[in-house]
Design a binder for this molecule. Structure first.
Ligand code: IPM
Ligand code: MG
Length: 358
């Protein structure tokens, strides 16, 4: 088969980690007999530099002409929050997710066997294992609600960010979570702040309706503050965690750290049809950009998710994941996951040893 993949290399370390990942994809192609066609898509701070806006016209259409989208990372201090919205990389990231209808963000956080020592939690906790899937709502809530900024007569400037959710938006992400749980350990933890927020009370009511439709899946409500605590106290209790956009943004960074490094975790953003978008959950790390220091594993594992979910090629996905585990078991470490006294290799070398394991 031939697959067409849109590449958003982006900013900072983005181009380096996408480069290594493309070589991994090509190696899979050689081994399993597939060919890949790549379409470069300009988005992020690099787009602002090149054409004046972070989300050039036609970006979504270009992505829609492909079978899947692979994104490195976007953002950087050069295009900070003092810049107009249309020049900021984050605006483009939110826009592409919205325009492709990618409402479900799957962020698996699993402790890889070779890295049990990198888990910052107590040894007993790590030994119980961590293998959870964060299902984050990605196109609604406070990140997409109406924003306002106005002068008041007596309190200076005042701002508002609106958090809105409809039953329909909650139901489709909830359904995705229950369906994913059926492929895993059949437990859904729904995270909200129903003791305060009206959107959370609606969220909870819809989730309870769905829980009744999936009697084979265990269900619980967890308040978001308690969830933040449970993630570091006993993360092994979680299987699928489903939550709204902002809570998911925050909790997925926390979940990544307990697995050793944010440099390891992939993600898939999906809607109801193709293309889905695959990206590491980490940012563009401008401080180490262009120095061959970044960990390419999160992006390489994102490609594995692409094979699994967009191309339905699970043997190919397994081969990538096994190659990552083997490279780690052989002792290869990038700086972010090297223990004290352990030698670290660069981005390119890590990519190479992973390919050698395919
Ligand atoms: C993420 C990032 C983005 C988000 C930012 C860069 C807009 O933090 O993918 O988690 O909040 O979704
Ligand atoms: Mg984030």
């Amino acid at each position: 088969m031939n697959y067409k993949i849109a590449l958003i290399r982006g900013d900072g370390i983005g181009p380096e980690i996408v480069n290594e990942t493309v070589k991994v994809i090509d190696k899979i192609g050689e081994r399993f007999g597939h060919t890949f066609e790549y379409v470069d898509v300009l988005l992020g701070g690099c787009a602002t530099d090149a054409v004046g806006v972070s989300y050039p016209d036609g970006t979504a259409e270009l992505c829609k002409s492909c079978d899947a989208v692979l994104l490195g990372a976007v953002g950087g201090p050069k295009w900070g929050s003092d810049k107009p919205a249309e020049q900021r990389p984050e605006t483009a990231l939110l826009a592409i997710r919205k325009d492709l209808g990618l409402y479900a963000n799957l962020r698996p956080a699993a402790l890889r066997p070779a890295l049990a020592d990198a888990c910052p939690l107590k040894r007993e906790t790590a030994e119980r294992g961590i293998d959870l899937l964060m299902v984050r709502e990605l196109t609604g809530g406070i990140y997409f609600g109406r924003r306002d900024r106005y002068e008041t007569p007596d309190r200076g400037v005042e701002c508002t960010d609106l958090m809105a959710y409809s039953e329909k938006e909650i139901e489709r992400i909830g359904r995705r979570a229950f369906e994913m749980a059926r492929l895993r350990r059949r437990k859904v933890s729904s995270v909200d702040k129903a003791n305060v927020l009206e959107t959370s009370r609606l969220w909870r009511a819809v989730m309870h309706r769905l829980a009744a439709e999936y009697p084979d899946v265990a269900y619980e409500d967890v308040l978001v503050d308690n969830c933040a605590m449970q993630l570091v106290r006993d993360p092994g209790q979680f299987d699928v965690v489903v939550t709204e956009n902002m809570f998911g943004d925050i909790l997925s960074d926390e979940a990544s750290m307990i697995t050793g490094s944010i440099g390891l975790l992939p993600s898939a953003s999906m809607g109801d049809g193709a293309p889905a978008l695959y990206e590491p959950i980490h940012g563009s790390a401008p401080d180490i950009a262009g120095q061959d220091k970044a960990n390419p594993i999160a992006t390489i594992l994102s490609a594995a998710m692409m094979f699994r979910y967009s191309f339905q090629l699970s043997a190919e996905a397994d081969a990538i994941e096994a190659a990552v585990d083997n490279a780690l078991a052989e002792g290869w470490r990038t700086a972010d996951i090297a223990g004290p006294g352990e030698a670290a290799v660069g981005t390119k070398k890590m990519g190479q040893v992973i390919r050698d394991n395919i």
